[in-house]
Unconditional design. Structure first.
Ligand code: TRP
Length: 679
């Protein structure tokens, strides 16, 4: 087992400090603002199926991977990857750079929340008058106009136009607040998250309970919980679900690696990851209940007032949900200024710890690599982040924001980096070391299945999504990069450019000489074994990769070739099985599997992902599904009740189990049994 770095690194004060900070990062605007409208737009409760798969089969195991990576190396993402292999450093930078892109736009949305919070405070003192409040359908229009026209000065299209000074001011305040939260390091963060995690939770519960008690709320829930299964046949449903799960867990962009690098040497990993994942899921689900119950109540109240507005009529705004639909709905109900205050206060406190977690991860990446001082890097970084953010604060800014965000949060950004992370750590490094490291200090243990989850299962799933969305983009009606008349489609071109710029910059950065020199002695002295088998597997995997390319090309042209598909599957499967065997056999303390076997495993796994994607492409080709809003029945169907019960059971039993493990392991420790430390 490789040496642990026993250097002194700053640590969280307490276990709960780490858990809360990680929850603070995970639970953010993604849960309260994005999850409900994603679900609503993509099949209602049917969306929960890919989402739960993404959360529990992919997300939490990857959270454990990131935690153990950060904890093992005690370094932020770039250095952590450099520790695994010097050529892998770029993977860490890639995520960190995309994280930096997030941190240019995420605070902009927070700035909106800040403004709306202030309007609500003003409303409280004004006898309940809110600038977006209106009645009936005109009222909906008024709420839209207030957000888009009066507040944002929004214009359609992609020309930027002038800056909105009010938003600039709020953005500056947001950055200043983020700066103040992290400039002192994690000890202060530890204190802040007690406030910014627990308080919004409390408020969310209050919002949900209030919403559910209002008349008409169940009708609103019908839009949330009635499933439209047909949406599961669409590529985008799965892509959004995975993108959303990754985004919500703050995966792939180095945040969780960084946070775990500050975790005490004896800190638990597996159970913490499960608690954090469950908490994130539960928060999203609760947020959806709160939002849709309130929308239902709004619909009831407007009907009673003789000016009926249905849930669809307000909720169809997608991202406008938090700034148009929900404020409008609250304005129809008693005590609206106070409730708006609570809602936007929740958004601000939820969002700020997510925003500074990304800043912290970029900061730690730079500081760890260069050895420069935090007190110098942070102000510069904040200034740069704020300046770039100004782009989104112009009249056309929101269009750009939505566009850049959809690349980052989708398969192109977060999905791709997540795939890379699993595949390179799984095949090129030693996930078994990470597993043993995590197990040696955790309240429950991972079996060897986890290695295979990271090495094969997750990459196959993510790989298929990547290929599937690539296909989707290439065959998109109206063109992806160029439209039919040969004109460039600017926003997509910019999105793709950022996606290509990130790895290039990452590779360049990884050539910069590091201040940190990892100790890889344990790896370097190992003898390579299993060359012959490795070469065979390698050849098979490459042949099947070529087949994959041919089949993909044919698919884009609208043709299929089933025989080739089956040959591809067999070759890829054989190469993966063979290389898994070689890794299992030769990755020991003194020897390691040959590089051929590892490359073969990696390529073969990606081939399998491609195979799955092609099956899905063939299968869904005939179906041109319209984008439906969640099925419109006004009453909760029986299925919806079943879904509700299952989800609640899942959450309650999940938490119950985690706490039981934590308690029983604490008891064991008290009874004087040795806490399993390094083997
Ligand atoms: N998880 C946060 C949310 O749901 C956003 C976030 C914070 C994030 N850190 C991240 C997303 C890192 C991706 C990567 O709002």
């Amino acid at each position: 087992m490789a040496n642990l770095l026993e250097e002194q690194r700053e640590t969280w004060n307490t276990r709960s400090g780490f858990i809360l900070a990680a929850i603070g990062s995970a639970v953010g605007l993604g849960n309260l603002w994005k999850f409900p409208y994603m679900l609503y737009d993509n099949g209602g409760a049917a969306f929960l199926i890919p989402y739960i798969i993404a959360m529990f089969l992919v997300g939490i195991p990857m959270l454990i991977l990131e935690f153990s990576m950060g904890h093992f190396t005690q370094r932020a993402a770039p250095d952590a990857f450099a520790h695994a292999h010097k050529r892998l450093e770029f993977v860490g930078w890639w995520g960190t750079i995309l994280g930096f892109v997030i941190v240019t736009f995420y605070p902009v949305i927070l700035a909106y929340c800040f403004s709306f919070l202030l309007y609500s405070v003003e409303g409280i003192f004004n006898g309940g008058q809110l600038p977006w409040a209106g009645k009936g359908l005109e009222g909906v229009q008024q709420a839209k106009d207030f957000f888009y026209k009066d507040y944002l000065g929004h214009s359609e299209g992609y020309s930027l136009g002038s800056l909105r000074l009010e938003v600039v001011l709020m953005l500056t305040i947001t950055w200043a607040a983020m700066y103040l939260c992290i400039f002192k390091g994690v000890k202060l963060v530890d204190k802040i998250v007690r406030f910014t995690v627990l308080l919004p939770w409390l408020m969310l519960v209050v919002l949900a309970v209030n919403g559910l008690m209002l008349p008409g709320s169940i009708k609103g829930l019908a839009y949330y919980l009635n499933p439209d299964w047909s949406q599961l046949a669409k590529a985008t449903t799965w892509q959004y679900a995975f993108g959303q799960a990754f985004f919500s867990l703050s995966l792939a962009f180095g945040v969780m690696i960084t946070y775990a690098s500050f975790l005490h040497r004896k800190g638990d990993i597996n159970n913490n990851a499960a608690v954090i994942g469950l908490a994130d899921f539960a928060t999203s689900f609760l947020a959806g209940l709160a939002i849709f119950a309130t929308l239902g109540a709004m619909s009831y109240a407007t009907a009673a007032a003789g000016n009926p507005v249905s849930v669809q009529e307000v909720a169809s705004g997608g991202p406008g949900l938090a700034f148009v639909a929900f404020p409008y709905a609250l304005a129809q109900l008693p005590g609206s200024a106070w409730w708006s205050f609570i809602f936007f206060f929740t958004l601000v406190t939820l969002g700020i710890d997510s925003a500074f977690s990304i800043t912290e991860s970029v900061l730690a990446g730079i500081v760890d690599k260069t050895g420069w001082r935090r007190s110098i890097v942070l102000p510069i970084m904040s200034f740069v982040g704020l300046s770039i953010g100004l782009v989104y604060v112009t009249r056309g800014g929101l269009n750009w924001l939505g566009n850049v965000a959809s690349f980052i949060d989708g398969t192109w950004g977060i999905g791709f980096v997540g795939l890379l992370e699993c595949v390179v750590l799984g095949w090129f490094w030693r996930v078994d070391w990470l597993r043993k490291h995590a197990n040696s200090r955790s309240e429950w243990k991972l079996g060897i299945w986890w290695d295979y989850l990271i090495r094969i299962f997750i990459p196959v799933i993510l790989g298929s999504l990547v290929v599937w969305s690539f296909y989707d983009d290439l065959t998109r009606q109206g063109g992806f990069l160029k439209n039919a008349s040969g004109n460039w489609i600017l926003p997509n071109c910019v999105g793709i450019s950022i996606m290509f710029f990130a790895p290039v910059a990452a590779i360049l950065l990884s050539f910069v000489k590091s201040f940190y020199q990892p100790d890889r002695s344990a790896q370097n002295t190992q003898l390579a074994k299993g060359q012959n088998g490795g070469v065979v597997a390698f050849v098979l995997s490459v042949v099947s990769a070529v087949m994959l390319l041919i089949l993909f090309r044919l698919a884009v042209l609208g043709r299929e070739m089933k025989i080739l598909l089956w040959i591809l599957l067999v070759l890829a499967a054989v190469s993966v099985v063979l290389s898994s065997y070689l890794l299992q056999r030769y990755n020991t303390a003194t020897t390691r599997a040959s590089w051929f076997a590892r490359w073969a495993g990696m390529i073969g796994t990606l081939d399998l992902g491609g195979f799955l994607a092609l099956c899905l492409i063939y299968f869904t080709k005939q179906k041109q599904l319209p984008k439906t809003a969640a099925s419109g029945a006004d009453e909760l169907t029986a299925t919806a009740y079943v879904i509700l019960t299952v989800i609640i059971l899942l959450i309650v039993s999940g938490f119950g189990w985690c706490f039981y493990r934590a308690l029983s392991s604490a008891k064991r420790r008290d009874e004087g049994m040795q806490y399993p430390d390094e083997e």
